[in-house]
Design a protein around this ligand. Structure first.
Ligand code: URA
Length: 204
């Protein structure tokens, strides 16, 4: 079944992938989410950007990085000449994981099993797009792409690789930057901006 899915998806375009993804039952996260959020962008993008999972806004819109984290990303990307529309933007996990609190839905980090199940989709996207460079936003993306689940700290700003050899530039997740106390935010934002600038340089 998985192989049949893979063939249909690889041979079809982005619509085939989105359609197959919307029926994904590989882990239980689909049950509470509004919809799966597929990646978007040119199918031959040189740069792939990978986040953690859709947030509240992305879950409702069906598009990646349209909420506050995406807005921060876009602002910094604009400063370094990173054209988001030329990149393929996706997430390590395609369904929103949350706990309800009153009327709000509070983001929960996906666990290792959920990330591993969803890697099937990320691998398909990587195979189709064949990016020159992948920008991993945060530890979940870094783990899914490299297999290394260590904390981000010392890894940030470094280039690692996927098991099949694609370079992965590791940087902060924009939601992390939004949560930082102001005293720490300035330096972290500067590092994030430098990483995005490096990604632009690396893809040429
Ligand atoms: N955070 C992510 O990691 N991805 C999104 O698409 C939105 C917020």
């Amino acid at each position: 079944r998985a192989e049949a899915d893979a063939t249909a998806v690889t041979e079809g375009g982005p619509e085939a992938l989105a359609a197959a993804l919307s029926g994904c039952r590989r882990c239980p996260l689909w049950a509470d989410a509004t919809q799966a959020v597929p990646g978007e962008g040119p199918p031959d993008a040189a740069l792939m950007i990978v986040g953690e999972q859709p947030g509240d806004r992305e879950d409702l819109a069906g598009r990646p990085f349209v909420g506050p984290a995406g807005q921060l990303f876009d602002a910094v990307a604009g400063r370094v000449g990173l054209a988001r529309e030329r990149a393929y933007v996706t997430n390590a996990v395609k369904h929103f994981k949350f706990t309800p609190r009153g009327k709000r839905r509070i983001h929960q980090r996906p666990n290792a099993g959920e990330v591993a199940h969803c890697r099937w989709w990320l691998d398909l996207e990587r195979e189709r797009v064949q990016p020159k460079l992948i920008l991993a936003l945060g530890a979940t993306a870094a783990e899914s792409l490299t297999g290394d689940g260590r904390r981000l700290g010392a890894r940030r700003g470094g280039v690692e690789t996927t098991p099949d050899g694609t370079p992965v530039l590791i940087t902060y997740h924009p939601s992390y930057l939004l949560r930082l106390p102001e005293a720490e935010r300035f330096a972290a934002m500067a590092a994030f901006e430098a990483d995005l600038g490096r990604a632009v340089e690396m893809v040429g």
